[in-house]
Structure formats: structure tokens, C-alpha cells
Design a protein around this ligand. Sequence first.
Ligand SMILES: NC(=O)c1ccc[n+]([C@@H]2O[C@H](COP(=O)([O-])OP(=O)(O)OC[C@H]3O[C@@H](n4cnc5c(N)ncnc54)[C@H](O)[C@@H]3O)[C@@H](O)[C@H]2O)c1
Length: 243
Amino acid sequence: MRFAGKVVIVTGGASGIGAAIAGRFAQEGARLVIAGLHADAAEAAAAALPGAGAIGVGCDVGDEVQVEACVAATIRAFGRLDVIVNNAGLMTFKTLAEWTGEDWLQVLRVDLLGAAFFTKQAFLHMGEGGGAIVNIASVHAIATSANAAPYAAAKAGLLSLTRTTSIEGRDRKIRANAVLPGAIDTPMLWDNPNVKSGAETVDRRDVGTPAQIASAVAFLASEDAGFITGTTLAVDGGRLAKL
Ligand SMILES: NC(=O)c1ccc[n+]([C@@H]2O[C@H](COP(=O)([O-])OP(=O)(O)OC[C@H]3O[C@@H](n4cnc5c(N)ncnc54)[C@H](O)[C@@H]3O)[C@@H](O)[C@H]2O)c1
């Protein structure tokens, strides 16, 4: 019960990796806020969680006003904020010649600014005991494929945000770390046009589960990782390690 008495926000927590992360924190005693794009799905996911209590909040993470409202709802419901997992993400596919400015902003808003908005709220609302932020990046932050430039750039930016957060968080006892999932068995992987076309090859032996990401996230958010901040942990079955 590493998170008994703690309050955790998981963005994009109604599906895929986010749902597994929320489930893991609930099993370990946390009270949860599922921040999802669609309020009904977030509420249904929260209602299905075991444990100490959970609410679902409709929140477009790319809209700073909605992020502020989500954190206000968290404090109203549970009176504190200890952990934020910036998991909400979006991946779109075009060539460099095709991307428009609006296409770029659509991805950057969700995958990078969403985490920045929640990080600001962490600094405003986490208590004297501090807290932890875990940013879900991707192996695409380090190595990528064609047709995914905004996603790869946003995830690389998320690693930089993680470093800045660790520096500015030091005196506030706020730790920040990033997880780099490899290929994880969710619809986001199998719907990926690059994977479908073979432009990005995925060896079946290199496919992990949402639960495997959740256990790394829970470790980084816990006191077991009390001296770990500003770093990135690849959870990819070794995919990044080989040529
Ligand atoms: N599945 C993989 O292989 C893989 C690999 C590397 C990284 N990731 C990352 O893991 C995270 C979760 O992905 P997943 O595989 O579970 O896919 P998913 O599509 O199930 O999860 C993404 C979640 O983000 C939510 N979301 C999208 N836009 C949002 C917005 N504007 N506001 C709030 N929520 C929004 C979606 O509703 C969804 O719940 C993402 O950040 C993704 O980039 C996934």
C-alpha cells in the first residue's frame, strides 16, 4: 500500500496504458482522479476502480483552463494532490511536406503542453511534502520513424520538461521522471499506420503490456524512487538497445 492516503491524477486514464496505471495506483491504496477527454468515459473508468475512492473528470489536457478546473476538482474532492501522471497522448501521421501549423499544434498541445499545464498546477497545489510527476513519453523521443515528426518532437520535448521540472522541483520536494514505453499492446500500437504498413517494424517479442508500464510508473512515483528525479526509464523490452 505505497500510496495509502495519496491522491493521484492520471490523464488519459480511461483507456489503454492510462487505465492500467490508474488500476495499479488504486490497488496500492491511492485515491484517483481520471482526467479524460470525455467525461462519461472518465467517470465510468473511475467507477470501475477498486479501493479508496476515484472520480472521473472531463478534461482536454491541451486547454489550460480545463486543466486548472480538473486540479480544482481534485482538491475539492480529496483535499490534496500528490502524484500526476501525464499519460494523455495523441499520434498523427503525415510526411514533413504535408504537415500544417495546425497539425503540429494539435499534437504539441496534447503531448507536450498538456504535461506543462499539469506541471504548473503541481507547483501551485502540491503540499509541503512535495510529490511526484511521471511523464509518459515514448521511445520516439530517442529514435523514430518517418511520418511522425510532431509526435517524436513532442515526446523529446517532454524529456526536457522532465529535466526542468526536476531542477525547479528540488526545493519543493517535487520529483519528475519520464517513462519511455516501447511497443505496448494497446489499440494505439496496432492502429498505427506505420506499424500496419511495416514502415515501423515491431517484433512480437518486443511487445509489452500496459501493466508493465504501470509497475514502472508506480515505482517512479513512490518513495522507493525517492532519490530518482530528472531521469528517463525505457520500458521497452530492450528495443532501443539494438541496431
Ligand atoms: N501503445 C504504445 O505502444 C505506446 C508506446 C509509446 C508511448 N505510448 C504513450 O502512452 C500513452 C498512452 O497511450 P495508449 O497506448 O494507452 O493509447 P490510448 O489512445 O488508449 O491512450 C491515450 C489516451 O489519451 C487520451 N487523450 C487524447 N487526447 C486527449 C486530450 N486532449 N485530453 C485528454 N485526454 C486525451 C485518449 O482519450 C486516451 O484515453 C500516450 O502518451 C502514448 O503516446 C504508447
